[in-house]
Every structure is written in C-alpha cells, then in structure tokens.
Design a binder for this molecule. Structure first.
Ligand code: ADP
Ligand code: MG
Length: 316
C-alpha cells in the first residue's frame, strides 16, 4: 500500500506543560511523550511524517536572555532568536524520536531538522498593524524608553503591563521547500518550519530576516501543500473544535465542511490568535486539494489521524 503523507503541527503543550519552568529536562520529557505518539504513526506503516511546531515559550526565553545579558553579549534580533528555537526543538525531537524508533527496530529511518525561512510580503497589512505580543512585560516608563531607543511598538496587554508587539504576516512560501521535498521523497522524517518559520522578505532578489512572528498553523499549512500531504493534523490542548466555546451552550464538532467552517468563523466562534488560525489553515489546506485537515489534542493524535477523534475538516 502506498503511504500517505501527514504534516503534524504541534502546539505549545507538546514541548512544555503549563506551570513548568522550561528546564531542558522538562522539555525533553514532554517532547519524549509527544514523540511516542508520533512514532506510532510511523510504525503503523501507513504514514510518511513531516513535523512542525510552535516556539512561543522558547523564543520568549531567548528574548529575555538577550535583554538580561545585553551589557556583555550583543543582543540578537527576533529572526535570529527564532532560528535558535528551531535548532533547540529540532534537536530534542531528533533525539527522542530516533531513540524511540531505534528501540522498536526502526533506528534506520533518517531524521532531520531543516532550518526554515518563510517568505512574507513586505506590503502585508500586518506590518502596519503589529498585533502579536512577544517577550517580557514592562512598566509604562520602560515601554516609552524601549519605543524611543529600539523603535519597538509597545502596547498595554490586558491590564497585565506593557508588552512589545510585532507584526504577524501571512506566510507566502517556504524558502527551503525543494530540499524538504527531497528529504520526504527519500523516506526521511522531517522537522521543518518551526515556530512558523523565520520570517524573511525579498528585496532586490535578496532575502532578509524581519522582526515578526508567523502563525505556526498557517505556515504548517503551506508546508503541507508543498510536500503534497494528504492530511494536515493540528494537535493542541483541546480534543475538538467547539461552537460557543466556554459558554453553557458549547458544542463540540466531530466534522465540519469547509463551507460550515467559513460560516462559523464569520460568526466569531474561534478566538483570534488561537483557534481561528487553526480553522483558517484547515480551510486553506482542504481548498488547496488536501484530503482532510484534523484539529485535535495531542493525547488523541492516533485516533484523530485515523478519523476516529478530533474535528475532521472536509470538502463537503
Ligand atoms: P497551540 O499552542 O496548540 O497553538 P493555542 O492556545 O494557540 O494553542 O490554541 C488552542 C486554544 O484555543 C485552546 O486551548 C482553547 O482555549 C482555544 N479556543 C478558542 N476558541 C476555541 C473554540 N471555538 N474551540 C476550541 N478551542 C478554542
Ligand atoms: Mg497557537
């Protein structure tokens, strides 16, 4: 039987649990648990696996380190910090997934992380409207100072203090897509586009990193199109997509068509910055020719991939 390809987009809880500090041991242990689930997909013999992941807490810590050590080490901009998280998370996944597969007699499966740049459009309206909060909280005085000295956009974040906001532009294309395709065709498990990819713009034929954050689910969708995946599996911390989320009349969905998804999105059922981009990615993937997109929790990954759990997003 010809194997199908699945792109799995892992949420924050796949790497770090709420309330943890983020030591390497903690992160390795979560990643190990995640990789046990992913290994089952590979061991079933039915799937070629491509993995992408978020990096919010990890890039937050690295940004904090830049600030804390700025007198002794030159601080790195966001694109550079994002590239560091791809290396860190890729390392943990490569090691855990290899160790698990090796113990099951499949240590010969090649496995690698691709440091991935994702092209964004310089004229994307997001650049005029920075909206994604990143890094630490500041006082109003610090906020003003950072705005003057660093040119940062700093806004008040829900009464919790002031915070830097950066643009969140739409991913246009994955720069390393050909190479990723070569690896997948040669039966490798690939980890790519981590943290939504390193955002770059193209100027006079040259790529240049920008200070922005691309949504990892939307970038994962581009990746899924580029590798010709049949399924996009978005794993988060809720088992299904809900209507009237958090209200008494809340209703979990086991399937929705693209048309229904669009209507629910317009009706405002999905929170911006969390569930909305997942549903948007699912719609895009199915409209671009994908068989189905699935949104589910990490603990039900296998059943969701088999169509037995989660919310299945289908053409009609
Ligand atoms: P991830 O790290 O997996 O991307 P997010 O926090 O960005 O996680 O998105 C998952 C969250 O989306 C859930 O924890 C849930 O609180 C929230 N959410 C918002 N709207 C909905 C909805 N309609 N149905 C289910 N979850 C929703
Ligand atoms: Mg998210």
């Amino acid at each position: 039987m010809e194997k199908k390809t699945v792109v799995v987009a892992l949420g924050g809880n796949a790497i770090l649990q709420r309330g943890q500090k983020g030591t390497l041991e903690e992160q390795m242990s979560s990643v190990y648990g995640t990789c046990e689930q992913l290994a089952e997909m590979v061991l079933s013999g039915k799937w070629r696996l491509v993995i992408t992941h978020g990096n919010g807490p990890q890039v937050g810590s690295i940004l904090l380190q830049q600030e804390a050590a700025k007198e002794s080490v030159p601080p790195m901009p966001m694109d550079a910090c994002g590239s560091q998280t791809q290396g860190l998370i890729g390392y943990m996944m490569q090691q855990c997934l290899h160790n698990i597969l090796d113990a099951r007699g499949k240590g010969d499966i090649p496995l690698a992380t691709v440091v991935t740049q994702v092209l964004v459009d310089k004229s994307d309206p997001a650049f005029q409207n920075p909206s994604k909060p990143v890094g630490s909280f500041y006082t109003a005085v610090e906020a003003e100072e950072l705005n003057e000295r660093m040119g940062w956009d700093v806004v008040e974040d829900a009464g919790r203090g002031w915070r830097r906001v950066v643009p969140s532009p739409d991913p246009v294309s994955i720069v390393e897509k050909e190479f990723i395709g070569i690896l997948v065709k040669n039966r490798a498990i690939v980890i790519a586009s981590g943290g939504g990819g390193i955002p770059v713009v193209r100027e006079n034929g040259q790529y240049r990193g920008v200070e922005a954050v691309i949504d990892k689910d939307l970038a994962g969708e581009r990746l899924a199109e580029d590798v010709g995946a049949q399924v996009l599996l978005i794993l988060t911390d809720v088992p299904q997509v809900k209507l009237h989320y958090g209200k008494p009349e809340e209703k979990a969905l086991s399937t929705m068509t693209v048309e229904e998804a669009k209507r629910y999105m317009e009706e405002g059922h999905f929170a911006k910055g969390s569930m909305e981009p997942k549903v948007r990615a699912a719609i895009r993937f199915v409209e671009a020719g994908g068989e189905r997109a699935v949104i589910s929790s990490l603990s039900q990954a296998g059943e969701a991939l088999d169509g037995q759990a989660g919310t299945q997003v289908v053409r009609s």
